[in-house]
Design a protein around this ligand. Structure first.
Ligand code: CMC
Length: 432
């Protein structure tokens, strides 16, 4: 708590509000006693100014384009780590030693299978079901197949059997949902492959056409998952915390987070970007049509992949993803017309006063889909890829939320009621 306070004057009465200071110096008005002191609540639609918790997991400065997990710059983590190393960091607060990482890798292999009875569930989704609905359903089902243990042993730091299981099994569920979707036989996880290589192998290996895991795809996938691994109190993470605050376990909370991520304004934007770029391609690269539509205040249309609630400068993740995108396409010798369209669109936006004055830059979803396409991942799986990446962040926040009394208070916003105040009841026979 800072020594500073803020004064709030309502109808001539002065109330004192504490100021809370973050470790990086940002200050927040602590309004927790406001209602009790004054009878007033705060109104903040979309939670533009509301800090919902204190957190030690991720720091981001949207005006400087800084993103750090547990104090480490995202650039350093993406350049030097594999995804599960970063998952370990997010979950425990520390980077693993070589021994700890080996143990964690072993657990990713040990828990990779899913119960064979769960596999039958895949058969009963209608054809062309959304992989996101399958993912969230299957994660909810883990609750019954692998009950969470109340008092788990703590094998290493903040990690538990449930955590390791979920991290490993989500990858298997994701790959199986793709195989079922295309009607191909399932490919089981292998003990000799790393987390990312295993996922790619489960996705693309076929009995008649063995899959060769390209090293560049493994490198790119590790980076993409790391760059998506956490982003503090975004919509899906806040959902995980809010649902978890009702006292439900990890699996149902994560299942709810997956559903929140699905939306086109959030994780679903990576699908919407590709649809938009394909539309521009089909329209003979009529950029003006799309740009004018996005600028028209009477049209709800937006250029997907641009803008962010928090970043008012270039999203640091988008910068790194753009580099990965170029490296993957060059190494695999893939030509994708959508990359040229994306670059041209970004160029035009960067010179358009509407977008410049509103600080609208490419976000994390703008170039990621082009990388997934080059890897052979179909568009309807893009948001599933985002979910795989975001999982350690969700779990870390769920754990943090449960770690003390103050942050695990049930989430329950207030409202300003604008409906009819009171009216006499009219019996059905008198309603005309
Ligand atoms: N295209 C055109 N105009 C835009 C866009 C866009 N993509 N994004 C924001 N604006 C305009 C908006 O119309 C508003 O203009 P005005 O001030 O004239 O009313 C101004 O910029 C501020 O927008 P906002 O809606 O107040 O900003 P927000 O913080 O509520 O929304 C956003 C953030 C990400 C939802 C929004 O920028 C958007 O819809 N972007 C497209 C969808 C997208 O790419 N989402 C992925 C976000 S990053 C990954 C993730 O978080 O999951």
């Amino acid at each position: 708590m800072s020594k500073e306070t803020a004064q709030l004057i309502i109808d001539g009465t002065t109330y004192t509000l504490p100021i809370v200071e973050s470790t990086t110096g940002e200050k927040a008005l602590d309004v927790r006693s406001l209602l009790r002191q004054t009878g007033y609540i705060t109104l903040d639609s979309g939670y533009m100014n509301t800090g919902s918790c204190e957190s030690q997991i991720t720091y981001l400065d949207g005006s400087k384009g800084i993103l750090r997990y547990r104090g480490y710059d995202i650039e350093d983590l993406a350049a030097n780590c594999v995804f599960i190393e970063v998952a370990y960091l997010l979950l425990t607060g520390e980077l693993p030693t070589a021994k700890e990482l080996d143990r964690f890798k072993y657990d990713m292999t040990r828990y990779a299978l899913i119960h064979e009875d769960m596999i039958h569930f895949f058969d009963h989704f209608p054809p062309n079901s959304s992989p996101m609905s399958i993912l969230s359903t299957m994660v909810g089902t883990l609750h019954d197949f692998y009950p969470e243990m109340d008092k788990e042993e703590d094998p290493y730091g903040g990690l538990t059997t449930t955590t390791a299981r979920l991290l490993s099994k989500l990858r298997t569920i994701a790959a199986f949902s793709y195989k079922k979707n295309i009607g191909h036989p399932l490919v089981y996880p292998r003990a000799d492959l790393s987390y990312c290589a295993n996922f790619l192998n489960m996705m693309f290996d076929r009995p008649n056409m063995p899959y060769k895991v390209e090293p560049i795809n493994v490198i790119a996938l590790n980076k993409l998952l790391i760059l998506h691994a956490d982003h503090e109190q975004n919509c899906s993470t806040s959902t995980v915390r809010l649902v978890g605050s009702a006292g439900v376990g990890l699996y149902p909370s994560i299942s709810a987070g997956i559903n929140a991520l699905w939306g086109p304004l959030h994780g679903g934007a990576n699908v919407a970007v590709i649809r938009m770029l394909e539309g521009i391609y089909r329209d003979g690269e009529d950029y003006d049509k799309y740009i004018s539509k996005a600028k028209n205040p009477d049209d709800p249309y937006r250029l997907t992949g641009f803008g962010h609630r928090v970043y008012k400068t270039y999203d640091p993740r988008a910068k790194l993803i753009k580099e990965v995108c170029q490296a993957v396409l060059e190494t695999l010798n893939v030509t994708d017309p959508l990359l040229n369209i994306a670059q041209e669109l970004e160029y035009r936006i960067s010179r358009d006063d509407y977008f410049v004055s509103r600080n609208l830059y490419p976000n994390v979803d703008f170039y990621s889909g082009i990388i997934y396409r080059a890897m052979g991942i179909p568009t309807n799986m893009f948001t599933v890829m985002f979910a795989l990446g975001r999982l350690p962040g969700w779990i870390a926040h769920w754990q943090e939320m449960n770690s003390d009394k103050e942050s695990s208070r049930i989430g329950r916003p207030r409202q300003v009621y604008k409906g009819i105040t009171n009216r006499p009841f009219v019996k059905i026979e008198d309603r005309g």
